[in-house]
Design a binder for this molecule. Structure first.
Ligand SMILES: NC(=O)c1ccc[n+]([C@@H]2O[C@H](COP(=O)([O-])OP(=O)(O)OC[C@H]3O[C@@H](n4cnc5c(N)ncnc54)[C@H](OP(=O)(O)O)[C@@H]3O)[C@@H](O)[C@H]2O)c1
Ligand SMILES: *[C@@H]1O[C@H](CO)[C@@H](O)[C@H](O)[C@H]1NC(C)=O
Ligand SMILES: *[C@@H]1O[C@H](CO)[C@@H](O)[C@H](O)[C@H]1NC(C)=O
Length: 325
């Protein structure tokens, strides 16, 4: 018995040490705006992919800061379930909600991403967070015939943002926040095969879509100069979410993977901090076209700053989604 207890104690100590060491590696886990629950009062924020992972955590954090949060989701049932949980968590945390007198936390609204109705129903939009994403799926096409990762991660948000620009401009100062990934480094915009009909490499296509997110941000920032609408892009770090749903992990490796992800991956709330920061902090007022990680500006590789590629991608994206000028 004594031996078992000793071993258990040692293991617990070891686990604790690994966890603490890993937390340092994972990066700062400051909660942005924690002390300022009214920071986003009166602001309307639309988040895509808000029923899961980073989007859900971003919604929760901005609600706590008093925002009116619109969860843009493709599946109403999944979204309503997530919204119900968020409202319960918020009440338990002592925030506002029906029947509460705290009155500080914001309001949560679920919308299917019906772009046309969104435009007509919302009188203002202060922040758009392009967060939804799909990761390394097998070769698939969107309804419109685009390679899935390029279609969802880049083109879907390209169209959504363009449709909402008028509303964002009339609500200025307003902000657009784009969730990219460090993996952009392994991508390239191969204009000759944007639909990957000649060959498909799922890692390359994810990276390409995330590089497109950055080039889009930089070109949009250029186009928005002087409008008081800013747009910035970020990488959240490696975060424990449902993003890996298409990645097959062999059963035997799963426990090890779970251990590593528990120790070394960020929690969704930690991963959401840079999105929350860019959406709400006075520190980045007027800042546009920049790339952030852990709430700090970071440098980009030259390929992510290539203006001619950014313009060409913009022009081709307009044609692909059928925006007629
Ligand atoms: N997790 C990480 O380590 C990590 C690292 C770098 C970057 N990111 C980026 O972070 C963002 C959020 O991902 P996450 O990690 O939070 O993953 P997640 O838990 O899988 O959430 C992804 C969200 O995107 C939505 N989505 C997927 N396909 C969609 C479509 N066709 N139309 C509309 N919505 C769609 C999902 O909706 P459903 O639930 O309906 O499928 C879900 O709400 C992504 O852009 C991802 O590239 C994540
Ligand atoms: C797929 O793309 C990734 C990232 O660009 C690259 O590292 C890898 O070698 C490619 N795989 C194949 C089989 O070409
Ligand atoms: C942008 O904001 C500044 C400072 O609030 C204001 O003076 C200016 O008129 C605004 N410009 C536009 C285009 O809204």
């Amino acid at each position: 018995m004594a031996l078992v207890a000793t071993v258990a104690a040692l293991l617990a100590a070891l686990g604790g040490t690994v966890w603490l060491a890993a937390r340092r590696f994972v990066g700062p886990s400051v909660r942005h705006g924690g002390g300022d629950s009214g920071l986003m009062h009166g602001k309307t924020v639309l988040i895509t992919g808000a029923n899961s992972g980073l989007g859900r955590a971003t919604a929760a954090e901005l609600l706590r800061l008093g925002a009116r949060v619109i969860m843009g989701c493709r599946d109403r049932a999944r979204a309503e379930e997530a919204a119900g949980q968020l409202r319960r968590e918020l009440r338990q945390a002592g925030g506002a909600g029906p029947g509460s007198d705290a009155g500080e936390a914001g309001e949560l609204v679920v919308r299917e991403l019906d772009l046309a109705s969104l435009r007509s129903e919302e009188p203002r939009l202060d922040v758009l967070i392009n967060n939804a994403g799909i990761f390394q799926c097998p070769y698939m096409k969107t309804e419109d015939g685009f390679e899935m990762q390029f279609g969802v991660n880049h083109l879907g948000h390209f169209l959504l943002t363009n449709l909402l620009l008028g509303l964002l401009k009339s609500s200025a100062p307003s902000r657009i926040v784009v969730v990219s990934s460090k993996l952009y480094k392994y991508g390239d915009i191969n204009f000759e095969d944007l639909n990957s009909e000649q060959s498909y490499n799922k890692s390359f296509c994810y990276s390409r879509s995330k590089l497109a997110n950055i080039l889009f941000t930089r070109e949009l920032a250029r186009r928005l100069e002087g409008t008081n609408v800013t747009v910035n892009v970020l990488h959240p770090g490696i975060v424990r979410t449902n993003l890996g749903r298409h990645v097959h992990i062999p059963l035997l490796v799963k426990p090890l993977f779970n251990l590593v992800s528990w120790a070394f991956f960020k929690t969704p709330v930690e991963g959401a901090q840079t999105s929350v920061y860019l959406a709400s902090s006075p520190e980045v007022e007027g800042v546009s076209g920049k790339y952030f990680g852990d709430c700090k500006e970071e440098a980009l590789l030259p390929k992510a700053m290539d203006e001619s590629v950014a313009r060409k991608l913009w022009d081709i994206s307009e044609v692909m989604v059928g925006i007629l000028k």
